[in-house]
Design a protein around this ligand. Structure first.
Ligand code: SF4
Length: 281
């Protein structure tokens, strides 16, 4: 069973929830899909066993052959190439590594080389968590390439917890698309509510069931609670707005360090999700 933890708005406590759920279950695979800013390892403190580099193929052009590369520029749908007076101008940040320019360009005059875009870190965290983290190289725009590598390592025969990137863009869709269930973490503010509605629309489109956790309960208003009640959306839990939680978070501690009873609360949430997922299938 794959459970993803997502949030339309950044900074709502998504990683806090993902980590607390994983620690409460105890035995699972935890995948940090937030490749632009992965930070779950700060809380899970895994022993790192292996780091694998992720590459994308980029073309290079043997201009000294005097061949005409204009067919490459015409083909490139991403406008990663321009040919001006037989000089090739290549914009690496726009290249998707599709290899099309090699196929349509002058034979043998367009080659490929590996460009590192990120890393996959593998490790093990107590009590029984197989830890995986994707890390994008700063400045690279190939987050989905790193996420694709993570996807190959998902062990869907067991329990998988996915910490999704914030927002509702492509990288969030990549993270949640194979989930059996998604927990949406939000804060009870108009901004939080607005972004939550967008996340719900994305999940409705993907036909992924979801529930909500409200973090920083006590600020803002009760509009999210009313929305969940009126639309029959499961509100799993409300986490209070307590400065002590923020203090613990900033020193790498979890909700279970704040209050050990959160272990039971998250176990209960896991059971509820299990019932819902297996009842459906
Ligand atoms: S590999 Fe694809 S995206 Fe990159 S320059 Fe060639 S055609 Fe464009």
């Amino acid at each position: 069973m794959i459970i993803s933890i997502a949030s339309g708005k950044g900074g709502t406590g998504k990683t806090t929830v993902a980590v607390s759920l994983a620690l409460s279950i105890g035995y699972c695979q935890f995948i940090d899909y937030d490749v632009e800013a992965p930070n779950a390892d700060i809380f899970l403190k895994p022993d790192i066993k292996n780091i694998k580099k992720v590459y994308i193929k980029h073309p290079y052009f043997l201009t000294e052959t005097g061949k005409d590369f204009s067919s490459c520029a015409e083909f490139c749908h991403y406008n990663a190439l321009a040919v001006i007076k037989n000089e090739v101008i290549f914009y690496p940040e726009l290249c998707h590594g599709c290899g099309g320019c090699i196929l349509v360009g002058p034979q043998g005059a367009v080659r490929e080389k590996d460009i590192e875009v990120g890393q996959i870190t593998k490790g093990f965290a107590k009590p029984g968590i197989d830890f995986l983290k994707g890390n994008l190289i700063p400045g690279s725009m190939r987050s989905t390439t790193v996420q694709n590598e993570l996807e190959k390592m998902v062990n869907s025969k067991g329990t998988v917890i996915i910490d999704s990137p914030p927002g509702n863009a492509c990288s969030m869709v990549m993270a949640v698309k194979n989930s059996d269930y998604c927990i949406l973490v939000t804060e009870p503010t108009p901004y939080g509510f607005n972004d939550l509605l967008i996340s719900m629309a994305v999940l409705d489109n993907l036909k992924i069931p979801y529930g909500v956790i409200i973090n920083r309960d006590g600020i803002g208003d009760s509009a999210i609670e009313a929305h969940c009640r009126n639309n029959n959306i499961k509100l799993h839990i409300k986490i209070p707005n307590d400065v002590q939680i923020a203090r613990l978070y900033s020193s790498g501690m979890t909700l279970l360090d704040y209050d050990i009873s959160y272990g039971q609360k998250f176990e209960k949430i896991f059971k509820e999700i299990e019932d819902l997922v297996y009842q459906k299938s």
